[in-house]
Design a protein around this ligand. Sequence first.
Ligand code: ZN
Length: 478
Amino acid sequence: MEPGEKKKEKEEEKMVMTVLHGAVIITMDDQNRVFKDGGLVIEHDTIKAIGHSSQILAQFSHLAHHLVDLTGHILLPGLINTHVHTSQQLGRGIADDVDLMTWLHDRIWPYESNMTEHDSYISTLLCGIELIHSGVTCFAEAGGQHVSGMARAISLLGMRACLAESIMDSGNGLPSSWAARTTHDCLQSQKDNYNKYHNTADGRIRVWFGIRQIMNSSQQLLLETRDAAAQLRTGIHMHVAEIPYENQLVMDVHKVNHGTVTYLEKIDFLQKNLLAAHSVWLHDNEISLFSRAGVKVSHCPASAMRMLGFAPVREMLGAGICVSLGTDGAPSNNRMSIVDEMYLASLINKGREVYNSGNTDPTALPAETILRMATANGAKSVLWDDEIGSLAVGKKADIVVVNPWSWPMVPVHDWVSNIVYCMRTENVVSVMCNGLWIMKDKKIMNVDEEEVILNAKEASAELVKRAGITLPTRMNVI
Ligand SMILES: [Zn+2]
């Protein structure tokens, strides 16, 4: 092929136009527009036009290479899961119904510290498949093992992600391979990852800095991470204020009058590019500190209910904090469905009002707030809202197609509440990311789902054996 021909082919590829029409389109744009019979035009990887089907068809149908009739379906912006442990997917079920210290020291640390790069690749593929089935096009990795393995998997799956390494430079009881890492090693390895993988896979992969949690971070690590992230203009993902013990330890060691957030403010660590996962044990003043600094929060309802407690989500939203939704990892949630998290976030925060006022409050966190948390707020949380989080002209074509015409969602009187309160993962039929279908009619497009499941079964069995994890027998197994 002549060089000129290649260029021509590239230009033609850029010009490919797809028109979706006939659908209810919940845009989540600044005006909260919902088109009852909407059309959307995608050129290459970008949304070129959106409007009523009749107008869109009149203007673009003769130019379209693909005309897709989605009558009866609902279109949403790609959902964004802002706290995911891709490395933990092979560890689903290894730490159910155990206390937090057993969870961490006897199950998760041995498991994660024994992961190979290949394990990370398989684990991320398996995790990605589950995320895509639940309509997720973009996620924030909470900090895991082998960013190279994660990047290979994400590149192949066709999704977007902000990847981060699990980083700890201090603390008791760490596996020996982790304890040997210096603060310098921790920072250098992340800078290397940034140089290798940031902005790769057609711009779908970004690399962030990770801080696993305060109890495993020196002050030097925190400050140098803050400065390195600012210099590279990227984000920091950290578990914050997860349990009362964490706050108490911070008070004792750092002589502050409350926990992690108070200490982080004191050392000037709170910034706009910090994504604080969980943030359950904050007092009122700390909510103000987050709000003033522009810190983003990932609320993980299922995992919080299992191990952490009730996060002050209504108060944080009320203070203007950008709160989004996350699943956390498979060993602390088991289900990696953001669809389930939307439902749980609404119910848990309505029920939590009992503690505030003595009564439940069915008006707390209504459906449109929850949907915003999973879309526009998710995009802001991962510092990507200039390109994703809503269906609007000029944004990347990250789109979820929902078929509501099966038993979980019928009848549909109110599209927005039906999405939050009724939709199941099974209602998500097709998913587009960056202008390409990554799931079509429930079929994952870029990897063989059956093969990944087989590989994952094998890799997880070997990994658990290598890590020396044995689970006690439940009930009377004969
Ligand atoms: Zn986590």
